[in-house]
Design a protein around this ligand. Structure first.
Ligand code: HEM
Length: 402
């Protein structure tokens, strides 16, 4: 799910020109639950915008997540990576049984005890950052001040990054995620992060602690190689940082722009779990990042898809399917909870969803209770958004309070 990997294939006009930052881009709307789509890499893909059809793709073994092995047969370009060279531990791009083994090992580390401990750290980190914003004045850009550092520091906790190394970690991850970074800056940040993770893994081998990486090294029945451990650490960072940061930034923006909903949430803080689910559905920040390759001809939603075709899930539109939700374009925090696909579905369904929910519940909850008159510092139309990025969100969110 890395940003640049998808930039190569993203049909940019599909995601540009959102009429408003909270609705799916017009390119994802239109007739038919399944329809053909031309990608920038020359491939013909199929876009899935229906909820049931998307669930089928994500739970049907005829669709593979292994885009290296089952390369898109319709592409005119040579493969960028040979199968033998591909990453060892990026299991989001693997199929069972290869995927099953790595996922199980990881799930064994997302224990109830660890999540409970992380929950209190999430609160400390959130409060610390909000109080620092307040101490510094009456306005801030919420993205660097809160939305980016919170999930970055939570991943530090999860992986067991030393306090002394956290500034370096945060700096490198922020460069890697910024829409303004040049390709050279991105390459340097990426190489630096890989080196950082290699040092981290080596440190956990010789000096284990109570963290996920140490657990994978010292407790797991079938140990992972160092290369796999580095990949797993990078996958958790890629999957858990940009996503959560954008949900915090765009989620706050959406609440500020729906004052009736914000008033309801302030009046009843018990609504926060519902609010998190509804924001996940309503915002569906992964614009086009979830995709599969068909391993045989499949008829889906009445459309014939050939073998080897890329099938892209248009999550923002899938989560607005009018066959599934009444009045799907409304943000309604009182909406009865119905499963959505913001965390995907099937064997690859988000491994960090419990943690992501904790971060959003505590992050958004603390923000609105500690800053009771939080508001935008610029007109909404001037808030810069990340149209062309795989993961949608705000580039910055100038806010103020008194
Ligand atoms: C709001 C925040 C998040 C969203 C919207 C999100 C969304 C998703 C989605 C849609 C998938 C499925 C991808 C696919 O099927 O191809 C996924 C997978 C994954 N997510 Fe998340 N995620 C979030 C936060 C996190 C966090 C906090 C972590 C961990 C720290 C995490 C770790 C993972 C991992 C490891 C996978 C791969 C699972 C597998 O392949 O078995 N995610 N996520």
């Amino acid at each position: 799910m890395s940003t640049t990997a998808m930039r190569r294939i993203l049909p940019v006009d599909m995601v540009e020109r959102r009429r408003n930052p909270f609705d799916p881009p017009p390119g994802l709307r239109g007739e038919g639950a399944v329809r053909p789509l031309d990608l920038l890499n020359g491939a013909r893909a199929w876009l899935v915008t229906g909820f049931e059809e998307a669930r089928t793709v994500l739970s049907d073994a005829r669709f593979s997540a292994d885009k290296v092995r089952h390369r898109d047969a319709t592409s005119r370009q040579p493969p960028k990576v040979e199968v033998a060279e591909r990453e060892d531990g990026i299991f989001v791009f693997m199929d069972p049984p290869e995927h099953t083994r790595l996922r199980r090992l990881l799930m064994g580390q997302f224990t109830v005890r660890r999540m409970r401990e992380l929950e209190s750290r999430v609160r400390e980190i959130a409060v610390e950052h909000i109080e620092a914003m307040k101490a510094a004045g009456t306005k801030a850009d919420l993205v660097p001040a809160f939305a980016l550092p919170l999930p970055s520091l939570v991943i530090c906790e999860l992986l067991g990054v030393d306090y002394a190394d956290r500034a370096e970690f945060q700096e490198r991850t922020a460069v890697g995620l910024s829409a303004n970074s040049t390709p050279e800056e991105l390459a340097v940040a990426r190489a630096g992060l890989s080196a950082f993770m290699r040092r981290l893994v080596a440190g956990k081998r010789s000096n284990p602690a109570d963290d996920l990486l140490s657990g994978l090294i010292h407790d797991a029945e079938s140990p992972l190689t160092d290369a796999q451990l580095v990949d797993v650490a990078l996958l958790l960072l890629n999957a858990g940082h940009e996503t959560t940061a954008n949900m915090l930034g765009l989620g706050t923006f959406a609440l500020l722009e729906h004052p009736d909903q914000l008033v309801a949430l302030r009046a009843d803080p018990g609504l926060i779990d519902n609010a998190v689910e509804e924001l996940l559905r309503f915002l569906s920040i992964i614009q086009l990042g979830v995709s599969r390759v068909s391993m045989e001809p499949v008829t889906l939603g009445g459309v014939d898809i050939p073998t080897g075709a890329t099938v892209v899930i248009a999550t923002p539109q899938v989560n607005r399917d009018p066959r599934h939700w009444p009045d799907p374009d409304a943000l309604d925090l009182h909406r009865p909870r119905t499963p959505h696909l913001a965390f995907g579905h099937g064997v690859h369904q988000c491994l960090g969803q419990q943690l992501a929910r904790i971060e959003m519940r505590i992050g958004l909850g603390e923000l609105i209770s500690r800053l009771p008159d939080l508001r935008l510092a610029v007109p909404a139309a001037q808030v810069p958004v990340r149209n062309e990025m795989l993961i949608f969100g705000v580039q910055s969110l100038p806010v103020t309070w008194s």
